[in-house]
Ligand binder design. Structure first.
Ligand SMILES: [Zn+2]
Ligand SMILES: [Zn+2]
Length: 889
């Protein structure tokens, strides 16, 4: 046992232990070692990522699970990796190029991709290094990247299998287009936001009937340039005569027909709908039904093209303004209404997405979804909290085909080749030089790359070498637990489930723990633009990684959002300091003959009730911790340890032990110190998954672990032997009640505002005669804890005069203020306090009676006032009772 430094300095400790763990390969798992596997694959952060609080929470939870299962003896692997994040990374490198006055087109595809790789080598490990600061026990030897060779082969293999099975197809459909990123997006990548827009009612003249118009309503008037029909419902009497007639499109003069289609809702707007097949998914379907032409009026970057006539070259929003001016001037705008509606935005750059007709690649999802629906329905895969099951199932049951092609360069290029000589198209695992059909050279590969999620959906098996069927894959797959945020249930979780069944014939994981979102203390999402983010690395610098981890978990209720403020990290820091100080206190008390802390020889036959109590409470804590972790109740796990270590151990047992340790009964001193080592050792192991650094340091500092050993591999505390526990029970009950009695005595002092330095006399009157002996044995320590001048235990006590007292299950506590105290003055003091509280109560009630205040003030403030009113009412009742009890004294 080396002497612990006086103050706990996490910075040096954390860096030292992480390096030690790495050096000793403590995080590495080998399938060859066998045993029962426990496997987690990390949600791969983007290579462009910087650690934020969401990552900190996500990875702390995974690390808690990994460390806990490791201590239980499982063969644990936590596989780390990063995601190439196609659009995001390409954007970053394009911005860098722009500063040099260049574009990716200037470089050409090959040089640009090389440049992105270069960027990745230089900056791509930032987030990995940050995860190390957090203490993540990932198996870094297994670090993967979605674009590394193995994973790229898996992507190619999957594409080809689905292509050959007919589950991947190419076609022209309406997709979500980002004019800034200039690529297609999947439906999930187009984020819908409620927007205050306008509904424009436009007039289209009827050909050959001067003065007659048809009025259509639209939120995107610039798309009228691409209209190829106007539709009405066939049963709409108002427009029966219009069907088959011709309208003249304003400005362009293009003639378009009026058609009848059941899809049109006669109650929406005027009941006449403009049909723009190239810019709207419903119109596209209608266009197909009626053989209408599709006219795309925009360029890739959101400007109007040659189809837009006089508006060619204008940005789409500038065009909207100009068109409205022009139509207004021509008397063709019927009216403009305010209109709230959901508008899709690019999830990478937040530009308004343009629905647009475009040739893209799709995956047919319905057949893939079926086994994934069944597995969640019959609970082979379980979501925690359960409410996400419904969200998942709803999406899966209404699943739409997945647009997987992206018009960018950074990513897995689609392995489809075209022969211009014979028009052959085929998917190929290699880099073919000639057409397999006609032998012609000069073949072309499809220029598009695959959606990034097309590689991450394979993650649970691609990281283990699939399609090779190696020993890692058979040992670790299916994995056990997936820990992730709700935002990516559709993007990622659901798709991993589908790919698991399709390519492995088995589920990818059996439990999905969905944690909440990290928000600021007033509930806003943390974001750079709001400036309300708390940087986890700053917190690690100021407090420690352990404090960050502990606090974050302690304040995060299962699956609920987290409301964070910097001060909250003090919880974890203070807790760490408390444990450190308890350990130091133990070190300062040695026994004549040193205790062998690695082989404690406890002697229960010599234990006092308090000894039995703390050992039993440690057992309760161990059981509760395991139970909480099994049920993903991480904050309860943190709070169980806080309650046990801080209150039961430090506040009660250490205080109790002081009396023994400062005394001269050497066998008792020895026994009590051994119990303290037993309890601290157990606490450190229970706490290790949450505060890995501090616990490792104390594990060694206290001599519990030898050189080359680590608490990471120490055994997770098992439940205590039932016989021993049976013996403990009566003691536990007695000590719990004794604590209650001491608290009541302290409360009496507080109620009478007796300063800590002033000693008073107490009399304890046990409720049951059989507790009298035990209380007499404990009188000294109880007296110390209540700061009593004198403490008597008297089963027959009957106060001669009124005395402040409190009733507890173990007995009554009477406080004597001593003979030389002026009872009348005490009474007056209490009455003054009551009067002051009544005054404050009046003010608080006044505020609450003020309707303006209740309506306009922040709800938190109103709640504060309500709570205060309750507190004051209780305080006044208590003071009145005390005043009453002193009457006639
Ligand atoms: Zn974009
Ligand atoms: Zn050919």
């Amino acid at each position: 046992m080396s002497e612990l430094p006086k103050t706990y300095d996490p910075k040096a400790i954390e860096a030292m232990w992480y390096a030690w763990w790495l050096e000793h390969k403590c995080f590495h798992s080998d399938a060859g070692r066998g045993g029962e596997p426990y496997c987690i694959v990390i949600p791969p952060p983007n290579v462009t990522g910087i650690l934020h609080m969401g990552h900190a929470l996500n990875n702390t939870v995974q690390d808690v699970l990994a460390r806990w299962r490791r201590m239980q003896g499982r063969n644990v692997v936590w596989v780390p990796g990063t995601d190439h994040a196609g659009i995001a990374t390409q954007n970053v490198v394009e911005r860098q190029l722009k500063k040099e006055g260049k574009s990716r087109q200037d470089l050409g595809r090959e040089a640009f991709v090389a440049r992105v790789w270069q960027w990745k080598e230089q900056y791509g490990n930032t987030i990995i290094n940050q995860l190390k600061r957090l203490g993540a026990s990932c198996d870094w030897d297994r670090l993967r990247f979605t674009m590394d060779e193995g994973l790229s082969n898996a992507v190619k293999e999957v594409f080809i299998r689905l292509y050959e099975k007919g589950l991947i197809y190419r076609g022209k459909y309406i997709i979500n287009w980002c004019p800034r990123c200039q690529t297609a997006l999947s439906d999930e990548e187009s984020e819908h936001r409620e927007t205050h827009g306008k509904l424009y009612h436009l007039r289209y003249p009827v050909k050959g009937e001067p003065g007659r118009f048809v009025v259509v309503a639209t939120t995107r008037p610039e798309t009228f340039l691409g209209d190829t029909a106007v539709a009405v419902n066939p049963s709409d009497e108002r427009y029966k005569d219009l069907v088959g007639k011709t309208l003249v499109l304003p400005v362009l003069g293009r003639e378009i027909p009026v058609i009848a289609d059941d899809f049109v809702d006669p109650k929406f707007g005027t009941g006449c709908v403009k049909v723009t097949p190239a810019h709207d998914p419903n119109d596209f379907a209608m266009g197909r039904r009626h053989n209408l032409p599709s006219v795309n009026v925009m360029t890739d970057d959101g400007h109007m093209n040659e189809e837009a006539g006089p508006y060619q070259g204008l940005d789409r929003f500038a065009c909207r303004k100009k068109i409205l001016d022009d139509l207004e001037a021509a008397g063709l705008v019927e009216k403009v209404e305010d209109h709230r509606h959901a508008v899709g935005h690019c999830y990478r750059c937040h530009t308004v997405v343009e629905p647009r007709l475009s040739p893209q690649w799709f995956v047919r999802m319905k057949p893939l979804a079926e086994p994934g629906i069944a597995a969640v329905r019959d609970e082979r895969i379980r979501f925690v909290p359960d409410r996400w099951t419904k969200v998942y199932l709803e999406w899966m049951e209404n699943i739409r085909d997945w647009c997987i092609s992206r018009q960018i360069w950074w990513g897995h290029q689609i392995p489809v080749f075209y022969c211009d000589a014979c028009q052959h198209e085929w998917a190929d695992r290699g880099k073919p030089g000639a057409c397999p059909k006609c032998g012609a050279g000069g073949i072309r590969q499809d220029p598009d790359v695959l959606d990034t999620w097309f590689s991450s959906w394979l993650w649970p098996f691609s990281v283990f070498g699939w399609p090779e069927k190696g020993s890692d894959l058979s040992f670790y797959y299916p994995t056990n637990t997936l820990v992730t945020a709700s935002e990516i249930i559709f993007f990622w979780v659901a798709r991993m489930i589908m790919s698991g069944f399709e390519f492995m014939g088995d589920l990818p994981f059996s439990e999905v723990y969905i944690h909440g979102t990290v928000r600021d203390d007033v509930g806003r999402k943390m974001s750079k633009s709001l400036g309300n983010s708390i940087d986890p690395l700053t917190i690690i610098e100021h407090y420690s990684a352990d404090a960050l981890r502990y606090s974050l978990v302690a304040i995060t209720a299962t699956g609920q959002d987290v409301f964070l403020a910097t001060e909250k990290f003090e919880i974890g820091r203070n807790f760490g300091t408390k444990i450190w100080n308890a350990a130091r206190f133990m070190q300062m008390h040695q026994t004549a003959e040193p205790i062998d802390v690695k082989a404690l020889k406890l002697a229960p036959e010599r234990w006092s009730a308090d000894d039995w109590h703390i050992v039993a409470k440690a057992d309760d804590a161990a059981k509760a911790c395991a139970d909480c972790l099994e049920r993903f109740r991480f904050n309860d796990y943190a709070m169980v340890l806080y309650e046990f270590v801080w209150h039961e151990f430090c506040d009660w047992y250490v205080e109790y032990a002081k009396d023994v340790l400062y005394g001269s009964d050497e066998p008792r001193r020895r026994e009590v110190l051994q119990i303290m080592h037993f309890v601290l050792g157990k606490s450190l192991r229970l706490l290790h998954p949450l505060m890995p650094f501090l616990t490792e340091e104390l594990w060694h500092g206290m001599g519990y672990g030898g050189d080359g050993e680590t608490i990471m591999r120490a055994e997770w505390p098992a439940a205590q032997d039932a016989t021993l526990r049976g013996l403990a029970d009566p003691h536990v009950e007695y000590v719990d009640r004794k604590h209650e009695l001491i608290r009541a005595g302290r409360q009496l002092r507080a109620d009478y505002e007796i300063p800590p330095g002033r000693k008073v006399d107490f009399v304890l009157k046990p409720a049951r005669a059989e507790d009298a002996d035990a209380l007499r044995r404990d009188a000294k320590i109880v007296g110390l804890l209540m700061k009593a001048e004198k403490l008597d235990v008297d089963p027959a006590f009957s106060p001669a005069q009124a005395m402040p007292s409190a009733l507890t299950p173990l007995g009554a506590v009477f406080m004597s203020l001593g003979g030389n105290v002026d009872m009348e003055a005490e009474r007056k003091k209490l009455m003054d306090q009551a009067a002051k509280s009544r005054e404050e109560l009046g003010r608080v009630e006044g505020m609450l009676a003020n309707e303006k205040f209740v309506q306009r003030a922040k709800p938190e403030l109103v709640d504060q006032h309500r709570t205060r009113r309750q507190e004051l009412l209780e305080k006044i009742a208590k003071l009145d009772a005390l005043v009453e009890s002193l009457k006639g004294a």
